[in-house]
Design a protein around this ligand. Structure first.
Ligand SMILES: *Cc1c(COP(=O)(O)O)cnc(C)c1O
Length: 361
């Protein structure tokens, strides 16, 4: 468990806390927690709306053993990144989309969610408070993790009497740290991630723990991640444990539709738009395993992983290899997207939200 160390007394830091960067070995960042200095916390009683939150020192929180999150998994998470550009501007990528997704999830899990404005403000405040943890350009990003949990105590099955909205952050590097930079996926025909009418379409905490077992099994067989099939037919592909999937054949890019069983990724939505701008036709429709095995190119998208090429897919004892490298659509889209995010090109879409340095106290 991380414990809070005040910035000025942290052995990691060389002087009093106003240096530009925290003392992090940026080159060694993977996708793991590096605790930062501050977090944002706001609370809300059932039937009321969220109080104005506060920035507090990052650290353990006190919570009832009888809380709805502990007992019944009443909780949602989000994930987005703050990017530092060459000119030192720090910006967020489409944070309003994360706010809206949290609202959809809160509705499904019978919680009150913060407004879009409060969500975005909370993310901005958290990033500003932890500004020195935003990696230098090209070295990584500050991953921001908003949580909405049923923190109040409740014994019978019901929604909690109190909710907590909390935002913390950690500098991160690559998500799928594989030496080739390419993914080798295993199509899982034993476990299902999601089913119609369930919660697969929202970032409910309850969706993720059950995915660890198939993920570890895939890992121990030498794969980088799992590709799940739909529960209804077992014939169509859905998504990876934490990212969405696309297949490319000729001029057509296809990806499973967001009809409740897959998570509607913000990267997915952005990549659909960018692929169309690049001259590709994009279809959101059911994609069968057979089609996947006949695709020319396959790639995954998500905030943590960005856009990542899939080198191979294994289904039972069939292993298929796809086109990878400089000439692929995934490489092209990765470049277009990260150039927008890192401020290398002008953001014509209006996707980036600047964090106002002036409001730093
Ligand atoms: C978060 C997540 C994604 C990716 O969503 P982004 O908004 O692009 O980060 C995809 N699939 C699952 C299961 C997820 O949890």
């Amino acid at each position: 468990m991380a414990t809070y160390v005040h910035p000025s007394s942290s052995p990691l830091l060389t002087s009093e806390g106003d240096e530009k960067y925290a003392n992090v070995k940026w080159e060694e960042l993977g996708f793991a927690l590096t605790p930062t200095d501050y977090m944002y916390v706001a609370k809300c009683k059932q039937g009321e709306s969220f109080s104005e939150g506060n920035i507090a020192p990052y650290g353990d929180i006190s919570i009832s053993p009888c809380s709805a999150i502990f007992n019944y998994g009443q909780g949602l998470f989000e994930g987005l990144k703050a990017y530092r550009a060459e000119d030192d501007r720090i910006r967020l990528f489409r944070p309003d989309q994360n706010a809206l997704r949290m609202q959809t999830g809160a509705e499904r899990l019978c919680m009150t969610s913060p407004s879009v404005e409060q969500f975005v403000e909370a993310v901005k405040l958290t990033v500003l408070a932890n500004k020195k943890w935003v990696p230098p350009p090209g070295k990584g990003t500050l991953y921001v993790r908003p949580l909405l949990i049923g923190s109040g105590a409740i014994l019978g099955l019901a929604s909690a009497p109190e909710y907590t909205f909390l935002v913390y952050a950690s500098p991160v590097g690559e998500y799928h740290k594989v030496s080739s930079g390419l993914l080798n996926l295993e199509v899982n025909h034993k476990y299902r991630r999601s089913h119609s009418g369930g919660t697969g379409g929202v970032k409910s905490c309850t969706n993720y723990c059950p995915v660890v077992k198939p993920f570890l099994e895939a890992k121990s067989s030498g794969f980088s991640d799992v590709l799940f099939l739909d529960a209804a037919t077992g014939r169509n592909i859905e998504e990876i444990s934490t990212c969405n999937i696309f297949i490319v054949k000729g001029n057509i890019v296809s990806t499973p539709p967001t009809s409740g069983t897959i998570l509607p990724g913000i990267t997915r939505k952005s990549i659909i738009e960018l692929a169309r701008d690049t001259g590709y036709q994009v279809q959101e429709r059911d994609v069968s395993v057979d089609e996947l095995l006949e695709a020319e190119e396959v790639f995954c998208t998500g905030t943590a992983t960005v856009v990542k090429a899939v080198e191979t897919v294994t289904f039972h004892d069939k292993k298929v290899k796809y086109k990878t490298g400089e000439e692929t659509l995934s490489t092209k889209l990765y470049t277009v997207l990260t150039n927008i995010q890192m401020g290398v090109v002008e953001d014509k879409k209006g996707w980036m939200v600047e964090i106002n340095h002036k409001c730093q106290g």
